[in-house]
Design a protein around this ligand. Structure first.
Ligand code: SF4
Length: 259
């Protein structure tokens, strides 16, 4: 099915139910997805490479210059974004200057448009690196992915391309002491002849137990919204999302059903 790549470093703002008017920053190449996961639902398509051989990541200075110009323009037009969001063609924490770029963005936000929140959408694979953990702790919306806490399902869904220890990731998520948002995409379908479904009773019980332990400030749940690399995957209904949301609310944790 037709997936797509962002063709700019700074894109949008796009309307997002969870992030409002969101100005996007893509730290990855504009012509290639770079990720250490290969999620079977990824709207950027399948991962061709973990690291960007033959493709260029934007430099720290390039990003800073473009962001500064755009924020000044938005300020002059009195049209500030609700959120400055690190998303795009892959996993943002793989950029070698991720930490410095976060620091630059905090500085520009604070000096030009202090009302805008800074969000990072990450797959949580690099939170064991202390400087990345510390940088994520500084942003307003530290949004980290957990699609399943059952190893077999998680591997089937996210297809990690490097070592991924689910137990360690969950342990490190707890280290944020609640200063994080967990995002989970719920869906079902078939992949490589196997049924994949992270909405079963067993899946949800295990997931809720881990959510309780991590105690995030919010949980964002959503389902497939755009084309995915495989046409054997299904959205789940809004009604099912609402039932899952209720279980999270019962833990005393705010939840958002989002796009
Ligand atoms: S972590 Fe995000 S960018 Fe990477 S494969 Fe999964 S959905 Fe795509």
């Amino acid at each position: 099915m037709a997936t797509f790549l962002f063709d700019k470093i700074i894109f949008g703002p796009v309307k997002s139910r969870r992030l409002g008017d969101s100005l996007g920053i893509n730290l990855l190449p504009i012509n290639k997805k770079v990720c250490n996961f290969n999620c079977i639902y990824c709207e950027c398509g399948l991962t061709q490479s973990y690291l960007p051989s033959g493709s260029k990541m934007p430099t720290r200075q390039e990003i800073k210059n473009k962001l500064e110009l755009r924020l000044i323009k938005m300020k002059n037009e009195q049209n500030p974004p609700d959120t400055i969001t690190f998303a795009g063609n892959g996993e943002p924490t793989l950029h070698p200057d991720f930490v410095e770029i976060i620091n630059d963005t905090l500085f520009l936000r604070n000096t030009i448009l202090p009302s805008a929140k800074i969000a990072v959408l990450s797959n949580a694979t690099r939170i064991h690196v202390s400087k990345i953990f510390n940088a994520l702790n500084l942003v307003d919306l530290n949004i980290l992915k957990i699609d399943s806490v059952i190893k077999e399902t998680q591997t089937l869904i996210n297809c990690p391309l490097s070592d991924y220890n689910l137990t360690s990731v969950i342990k490190n998520l707890k280290m944020f002491n609640g200063n994080l948002i967990i995002q989970t995409l719920f869906f079902n379908g078939l992949y490589k002849g196997k049924t994949v479904d992270n909405t079963t009773t067993e899946e949800l019980e295990a997931w809720l137990n881990v959510i309780r332990e991590i105690n995030p400030k919010m949980v964002m749940i959503y389902t497939i919204a755009r084309d995915t690399p495989f046409d054997t995957l299904n959205k789940i209904s809004f009604n099912v999302l609402e039932q899952i949301a209720k279980k999270v609310t019962n833990l005393g944790i705010p939840v958002q059903i989002s796009d």
